[in-house]
Design a protein around this ligand. Structure first.
Ligand SMILES: *Cc1c(COP(=O)(O)O)cnc(C)c1O
Length: 344
Protein backbone atom coordinates (compact mmCIF):
# COMPACT_ATOMS: atom_id res chain seq x y z
CA UNK A 1 0.00 0.00 0.00
CA UNK A 2 1.12 3.55 -0.69
CA UNK A 3 1.62 5.87 2.27
CA UNK A 4 -1.85 7.01 3.42
CA UNK A 5 -0.89 10.68 3.02
CA UNK A 6 -0.18 10.01 -0.64
CA UNK A 7 -3.61 8.44 -1.10
CA UNK A 8 -5.66 11.13 0.66
CA UNK A 9 -6.52 14.22 -1.43
CA UNK A 10 -4.13 17.09 -0.58
CA UNK A 11 -6.97 19.44 0.47
CA UNK A 12 -8.25 16.80 2.90
CA UNK A 13 -4.77 16.27 4.33
CA UNK A 14 -4.61 20.02 4.91
CA UNK A 15 -8.16 20.37 6.20
CA UNK A 16 -8.74 21.73 9.67
CA UNK A 17 -11.99 19.95 10.62
CA UNK A 18 -14.99 21.71 12.16
CA UNK A 19 -14.79 21.50 15.91
CA UNK A 20 -18.23 21.21 17.50
CA UNK A 21 -19.18 22.13 21.05
CA UNK A 22 -19.47 18.41 21.86
CA UNK A 23 -15.96 17.82 20.49
CA UNK A 24 -14.40 20.55 22.59
CA UNK A 25 -15.99 19.42 25.82
CA UNK A 26 -16.91 15.74 26.10
CA UNK A 27 -16.87 15.04 29.87
CA UNK A 28 -19.95 15.34 32.07
CA UNK A 29 -21.14 18.58 33.66
CA UNK A 30 -24.31 19.93 35.25
CA UNK A 31 -24.82 23.13 33.25
CA UNK A 32 -24.44 23.10 29.46
CA UNK A 33 -24.38 26.58 27.95
CA UNK A 34 -21.93 25.86 25.13
CA UNK A 35 -23.97 24.83 22.09
CA UNK A 36 -26.83 27.33 21.83
CA UNK A 37 -29.29 24.53 22.49
CA UNK A 38 -32.73 25.15 23.94
CA UNK A 39 -32.62 24.10 27.63
CA UNK A 40 -36.17 22.70 27.34
CA UNK A 41 -37.56 19.59 25.58
CA UNK A 42 -35.24 17.00 27.10
CA UNK A 43 -33.79 14.73 25.67
CA UNK A 44 -34.27 15.97 22.11
CA UNK A 45 -32.86 19.44 22.79
CA UNK A 46 -29.25 18.21 23.04
CA UNK A 47 -26.90 17.45 20.16
CA UNK A 48 -25.97 13.75 20.11
CA UNK A 49 -22.47 12.37 20.71
CA UNK A 50 -20.64 13.18 17.44
CA UNK A 51 -18.51 10.03 17.77
CA UNK A 52 -21.30 7.70 19.00
CA UNK A 53 -18.97 6.01 21.53
CA UNK A 54 -21.70 4.14 23.45
CA UNK A 55 -23.10 2.65 20.27
CA UNK A 56 -19.63 1.87 18.93
CA UNK A 57 -18.87 0.01 22.17
CA UNK A 58 -21.82 -2.28 21.50
CA UNK A 59 -20.91 -2.71 17.83
CA UNK A 60 -17.35 -3.47 18.92
CA UNK A 61 -18.60 -6.31 21.18
CA UNK A 62 -20.75 -7.78 18.45
CA UNK A 63 -18.15 -7.55 15.69
CA UNK A 64 -14.96 -8.18 17.66
CA UNK A 65 -13.34 -5.00 16.31
CA UNK A 66 -11.98 -2.15 18.50
CA UNK A 67 -14.19 0.96 18.64
CA UNK A 68 -11.32 3.06 17.21
CA UNK A 69 -11.48 0.96 14.04
CA UNK A 70 -15.20 1.62 13.50
CA UNK A 71 -16.92 4.42 11.57
CA UNK A 72 -20.71 4.70 11.77
CA UNK A 73 -22.60 6.30 8.91
CA UNK A 74 -26.08 7.29 7.78
CA UNK A 75 -26.25 3.92 6.03
CA UNK A 76 -23.10 2.37 4.59
CA UNK A 77 -23.85 4.60 1.61
CA UNK A 78 -22.49 7.52 3.65
CA UNK A 79 -19.16 5.71 4.08
CA UNK A 80 -19.02 5.04 0.32
CA UNK A 81 -19.54 8.74 -0.44
CA UNK A 82 -16.97 9.86 2.15
CA UNK A 83 -14.37 7.48 0.69
CA UNK A 84 -14.71 9.28 -2.65
CA UNK A 85 -14.54 12.70 -1.05
CA UNK A 86 -11.46 11.77 0.99
CA UNK A 87 -9.43 9.86 -1.60
CA UNK A 88 -10.52 10.71 -5.15
CA UNK A 89 -9.42 14.00 -6.68
CA UNK A 90 -12.20 14.77 -9.19
CA UNK A 91 -11.21 14.19 -12.85
CA UNK A 92 -7.73 13.07 -11.79
CA UNK A 93 -8.12 9.89 -9.74
CA UNK A 94 -10.25 6.89 -10.67
CA UNK A 95 -11.80 3.87 -8.98
CA UNK A 96 -12.40 0.30 -10.11
CA UNK A 97 -15.51 -1.81 -9.66
CA UNK A 98 -16.43 -5.30 -10.73
CA UNK A 99 -19.40 -5.74 -13.08
CA UNK A 100 -22.13 -6.47 -12.35
CA UNK A 101 -22.22 -5.02 -8.86
CA UNK A 102 -24.03 -2.62 -6.48
CA UNK A 103 -25.01 0.56 -8.33
CA UNK A 104 -24.11 3.06 -5.63
CA UNK A 105 -20.34 3.00 -6.35
CA UNK A 106 -20.98 4.35 -9.85
CA UNK A 107 -23.48 6.97 -8.63
CA UNK A 108 -21.10 8.26 -5.95
CA UNK A 109 -18.30 8.29 -8.52
CA UNK A 110 -20.46 10.35 -10.89
CA UNK A 111 -21.41 12.80 -8.14
CA UNK A 112 -17.76 13.21 -7.27
CA UNK A 113 -16.69 13.40 -10.94
CA UNK A 114 -14.47 10.35 -10.64
CA UNK A 115 -13.98 8.00 -13.62
CA UNK A 116 -14.85 4.32 -13.07
CA UNK A 117 -12.93 1.38 -14.52
CA UNK A 118 -15.09 -1.72 -14.78
CA UNK A 119 -13.84 -5.29 -14.80
CA UNK A 120 -16.38 -7.95 -15.72
CA UNK A 121 -16.72 -10.97 -13.51
CA UNK A 122 -16.42 -14.37 -15.21
CA UNK A 123 -19.62 -15.93 -16.61
CA UNK A 124 -20.23 -17.71 -13.30
CA UNK A 125 -19.77 -14.35 -11.48
CA UNK A 126 -16.40 -15.42 -10.07
CA UNK A 127 -13.60 -12.87 -9.61
CA UNK A 128 -10.33 -12.79 -11.56
CA UNK A 129 -7.79 -10.87 -9.45
CA UNK A 130 -5.25 -10.68 -12.27
CA UNK A 131 -7.79 -8.89 -14.50
CA UNK A 132 -8.55 -6.38 -11.73
CA UNK A 133 -4.88 -5.71 -11.01
CA UNK A 134 -4.08 -5.31 -14.72
CA UNK A 135 -6.83 -2.70 -15.11
CA UNK A 136 -5.57 -0.46 -12.27
CA UNK A 137 -3.24 2.45 -12.98
CA UNK A 138 -1.27 4.92 -10.88
CA UNK A 139 -4.35 7.06 -10.24
CA UNK A 140 -6.62 4.21 -9.18
CA UNK A 141 -7.37 4.99 -5.55
CA UNK A 142 -10.06 2.47 -4.59
CA UNK A 143 -11.09 -1.01 -5.74
CA UNK A 144 -14.68 -1.82 -4.73
CA UNK A 145 -15.44 -5.51 -4.20
CA UNK A 146 -18.88 -6.59 -3.03
CA UNK A 147 -19.04 -9.99 -1.32
CA UNK A 148 -21.60 -11.55 -1.33
CA UNK A 149 -22.06 -9.58 -4.53
CA UNK A 150 -25.26 -7.73 -5.38
CA UNK A 151 -27.04 -8.65 -7.70
CA UNK A 152 -25.35 -12.03 -8.34
CA UNK A 153 -25.54 -13.24 -4.71
CA UNK A 154 -22.20 -15.11 -4.61
CA UNK A 155 -19.25 -14.70 -2.27
CA UNK A 156 -16.02 -13.70 -4.02
CA UNK A 157 -13.21 -16.29 -3.63
CA UNK A 158 -10.98 -15.31 -0.71
CA UNK A 159 -7.82 -16.24 -2.63
CA UNK A 160 -8.63 -13.68 -5.35
CA UNK A 161 -9.61 -10.97 -2.84
CA UNK A 162 -6.39 -11.62 -0.85
CA UNK A 163 -4.32 -11.25 -4.00
CA UNK A 164 -5.85 -7.85 -4.73
CA UNK A 165 -5.39 -6.79 -1.10
CA UNK A 166 -1.71 -7.68 -1.11
CA UNK A 167 -0.82 -6.36 -4.55
CA UNK A 168 -2.99 -3.25 -5.09
CA UNK A 169 -1.41 -0.06 -3.70
CA UNK A 170 -4.62 1.84 -2.95
CA UNK A 171 -7.65 1.01 -0.80
CA UNK A 172 -9.66 -2.18 -1.23
CA UNK A 173 -13.26 -1.83 -0.05
CA UNK A 174 -15.00 -5.14 0.64
CA UNK A 175 -18.72 -4.40 0.89
CA UNK A 176 -20.21 -7.06 3.16
CA UNK A 177 -23.81 -5.82 3.28
CA UNK A 178 -25.02 -9.45 3.16
CA UNK A 179 -22.33 -11.07 5.32
CA UNK A 180 -24.72 -11.90 8.19
CA UNK A 181 -26.13 -14.60 5.90
CA UNK A 182 -22.66 -16.29 5.83
CA UNK A 183 -20.72 -14.79 8.78
CA UNK A 184 -17.65 -17.06 8.61
CA UNK A 185 -16.66 -15.51 5.30
CA UNK A 186 -16.16 -11.98 6.69
CA UNK A 187 -12.87 -10.15 6.15
CA UNK A 188 -13.11 -8.44 9.57
CA UNK A 189 -10.60 -10.84 11.25
CA UNK A 190 -8.06 -9.85 8.56
CA UNK A 191 -8.13 -6.10 9.19
CA UNK A 192 -4.77 -6.21 10.99
CA UNK A 193 -3.10 -8.04 8.08
CA UNK A 194 -4.09 -5.50 5.41
CA UNK A 195 -3.62 -1.76 6.11
CA UNK A 196 -5.49 -0.97 2.86
CA UNK A 197 -8.64 -2.98 3.74
CA UNK A 198 -11.96 -1.22 4.38
CA UNK A 199 -14.88 -3.51 5.26
CA UNK A 200 -18.41 -2.14 4.90
CA UNK A 201 -21.35 -3.68 6.72
CA UNK A 202 -24.87 -2.49 7.44
CA UNK A 203 -27.82 -2.91 9.79
CA UNK A 204 -30.17 -2.55 6.80
CA UNK A 205 -30.40 -6.20 5.72
CA UNK A 206 -30.16 -9.16 8.14
CA UNK A 207 -30.66 -6.90 11.17
CA UNK A 208 -33.92 -5.53 9.78
CA UNK A 209 -33.16 -1.85 10.47
CA UNK A 210 -33.10 -0.27 7.00
CA UNK A 211 -35.40 2.53 8.22
CA UNK A 212 -33.06 3.90 10.90
CA UNK A 213 -30.12 4.31 8.42
CA UNK A 214 -27.08 2.89 10.15
CA UNK A 215 -24.06 1.46 8.39
CA UNK A 216 -20.50 0.62 9.39
CA UNK A 217 -17.02 0.94 7.96
CA UNK A 218 -14.14 -0.97 9.58
CA UNK A 219 -10.51 -0.10 8.83
CA UNK A 220 -7.18 0.98 10.33
CA UNK A 221 -7.36 3.84 12.84
CA UNK A 222 -5.64 6.07 10.27
CA UNK A 223 -8.30 5.49 7.61
CA UNK A 224 -11.14 5.82 10.16
CA UNK A 225 -9.66 9.16 11.31
CA UNK A 226 -9.82 10.48 7.75
CA UNK A 227 -13.54 9.59 7.51
CA UNK A 228 -14.22 11.16 10.92
CA UNK A 229 -12.42 14.31 9.85
CA UNK A 230 -14.76 14.96 6.91
CA UNK A 231 -18.13 13.61 8.11
CA UNK A 232 -20.94 15.93 9.19
CA UNK A 233 -20.42 16.57 12.93
CA UNK A 234 -23.64 14.87 14.11
CA UNK A 235 -24.16 12.36 11.31
CA UNK A 236 -25.98 9.76 13.44
CA UNK A 237 -29.05 11.24 15.10
CA UNK A 238 -30.12 10.37 18.63
CA UNK A 239 -33.21 8.39 17.56
CA UNK A 240 -31.03 6.09 15.46
CA UNK A 241 -28.47 5.72 18.25
CA UNK A 242 -31.18 4.84 20.79
CA UNK A 243 -33.13 2.43 18.60
CA UNK A 244 -29.92 0.70 17.52
CA UNK A 245 -28.84 0.22 21.16
CA UNK A 246 -32.21 -1.33 21.93
CA UNK A 247 -32.29 -3.66 18.95
CA UNK A 248 -28.63 -4.65 19.31
CA UNK A 249 -29.19 -5.82 22.88
CA UNK A 250 -30.60 -9.02 21.39
CA UNK A 251 -28.57 -10.72 18.66
CA UNK A 252 -30.55 -13.98 18.86
CA UNK A 253 -33.50 -12.33 17.20
CA UNK A 254 -31.40 -11.55 14.12
CA UNK A 255 -29.92 -15.04 14.06
CA UNK A 256 -33.42 -16.48 14.17
CA UNK A 257 -34.49 -14.41 11.17
CA UNK A 258 -31.37 -15.45 9.25
CA UNK A 259 -32.11 -19.14 9.89
CA UNK A 260 -35.67 -18.77 8.61
CA UNK A 261 -34.58 -16.78 5.55
CA UNK A 262 -31.84 -19.27 4.63
CA UNK A 263 -34.22 -22.20 4.90
CA UNK A 264 -36.83 -20.29 2.87
CA UNK A 265 -34.18 -19.51 0.23
CA UNK A 266 -33.42 -23.22 -0.18
CA UNK A 267 -37.13 -24.05 -0.40
CA UNK A 268 -37.56 -21.37 -3.08
CA UNK A 269 -34.64 -22.79 -5.09
CA UNK A 270 -36.31 -26.21 -5.05
CA UNK A 271 -39.65 -24.84 -6.19
CA UNK A 272 -38.24 -22.47 -8.82
CA UNK A 273 -36.37 -25.40 -10.38
CA UNK A 274 -39.76 -27.00 -11.09
CA UNK A 275 -41.00 -24.01 -13.09
CA UNK A 276 -40.51 -24.45 -16.84
CA UNK A 277 -39.77 -20.80 -17.74
CA UNK A 278 -36.98 -20.64 -15.15
CA UNK A 279 -33.70 -21.21 -16.98
CA UNK A 280 -31.18 -20.77 -14.23
CA UNK A 281 -31.02 -20.05 -10.51
CA UNK A 282 -27.63 -18.70 -9.55
CA UNK A 283 -26.14 -19.99 -6.29
CA UNK A 284 -26.70 -17.44 -3.50
CA UNK A 285 -24.87 -16.65 -0.27
CA UNK A 286 -27.32 -13.83 0.51
CA UNK A 287 -31.04 -13.20 1.17
CA UNK A 288 -31.94 -12.99 -2.50
CA UNK A 289 -31.80 -15.09 -5.64
CA UNK A 290 -30.81 -14.04 -9.14
CA UNK A 291 -33.04 -16.02 -11.48
CA UNK A 292 -32.71 -16.25 -15.25
CA UNK A 293 -36.18 -16.59 -16.64
CA UNK A 294 -37.68 -16.60 -20.16
CA UNK A 295 -39.23 -13.21 -21.07
CA UNK A 296 -38.14 -11.68 -17.78
CA UNK A 297 -39.57 -8.24 -18.57
CA UNK A 298 -43.03 -9.70 -19.24
CA UNK A 299 -42.86 -11.79 -16.09
CA UNK A 300 -41.83 -8.71 -14.13
CA UNK A 301 -44.75 -6.68 -15.47
CA UNK A 302 -47.21 -9.50 -14.83
CA UNK A 303 -45.99 -9.78 -11.23
CA UNK A 304 -46.40 -6.02 -10.77
CA UNK A 305 -49.97 -6.45 -12.00
CA UNK A 306 -50.49 -8.90 -9.14
CA UNK A 307 -48.99 -6.49 -6.62
CA UNK A 308 -45.72 -8.43 -6.31
CA UNK A 309 -42.54 -6.43 -6.87
CA UNK A 310 -39.20 -8.04 -7.66
CA UNK A 311 -36.16 -6.35 -9.24
CA UNK A 312 -35.66 -6.58 -13.00
CA UNK A 313 -31.89 -6.73 -13.56
CA UNK A 314 -32.13 -7.60 -17.29
CA UNK A 315 -30.22 -4.54 -18.44
CA UNK A 316 -27.30 -5.22 -16.11
CA UNK A 317 -24.11 -6.80 -17.45
CA UNK A 318 -24.17 -10.65 -17.45
CA UNK A 319 -27.77 -10.54 -16.15
CA UNK A 320 -29.83 -10.64 -19.38
CA UNK A 321 -33.36 -11.86 -18.66
CA UNK A 322 -32.72 -12.02 -14.93
CA UNK A 323 -34.87 -11.06 -11.98
CA UNK A 324 -33.47 -10.51 -8.50
CA UNK A 325 -35.88 -11.88 -5.95
CA UNK A 326 -35.56 -11.06 -2.24
CA UNK A 327 -36.47 -13.88 0.14
CA UNK A 328 -39.55 -12.79 2.10
CA UNK A 329 -41.73 -14.43 4.74
CA UNK A 330 -42.96 -17.98 4.00
CA UNK A 331 -46.38 -16.50 3.10
CA UNK A 332 -44.91 -13.91 0.72
CA UNK A 333 -42.70 -16.48 -0.98
CA UNK A 334 -45.67 -18.80 -1.41
CA UNK A 335 -47.69 -16.07 -3.13
CA UNK A 336 -44.82 -15.32 -5.51
CA UNK A 337 -44.25 -18.98 -6.38
CA UNK A 338 -47.96 -19.59 -6.98
CA UNK A 339 -48.13 -16.65 -9.39
CA UNK A 340 -45.01 -17.80 -11.24
CA UNK A 341 -46.41 -21.33 -11.56
CA UNK A 342 -49.70 -19.94 -12.86
CA UNK A 343 -47.82 -17.97 -15.58
CA UNK A 344 -45.66 -20.87 -16.70
C1 LIG B 1 -28.23 -2.77 0.53
C2 LIG B 1 -26.77 -2.56 0.28
C3 LIG B 1 -26.07 -1.60 0.98
C4 LIG B 1 -26.84 -0.79 1.95
O1 LIG B 1 -26.59 0.19 2.43
P1 LIG B 1 -27.21 1.08 3.59
O2 LIG B 1 -26.89 2.43 3.08
O3 LIG B 1 -26.42 0.69 4.79
O4 LIG B 1 -28.66 0.80 3.71
C5 LIG B 1 -24.71 -1.47 0.78
N1 LIG B 1 -24.07 -2.26 -0.11
C6 LIG B 1 -24.73 -3.19 -0.81
C7 LIG B 1 -24.01 -4.06 -1.74
C8 LIG B 1 -26.09 -3.35 -0.64
O5 LIG B 1 -26.76 -4.27 -1.36
Amino acid sequence: MKNLDALVRPNINDLKPYSSARDEFSGSASVYLDANENPYNDPFNRYPDPMQWELKKRVSEIKGVDAENIFLGNGSDEAIDLLFRAFCEPKVDNILTIAPTYGMYQVCADINNTPVKKVSLNDDFSLDAAKVLAACDDNTKIVFLCSPNNPSGNLLASKEVAEILSRFEGLVVVDEAYIDFCPVASWLPNLKDYPNLVVLQTFSKAWGMAAIRLGMAFASQEIISVLNKIKYPYNINILTQQVAQELLSDTENMQGWVEILLSEREKMVGELEEIAMVEKIYPSDANFLLVKIRKAKEVYDALVGKGIIVRDRSRVELCADSLRITVGTPEENKVLLEELKAMS
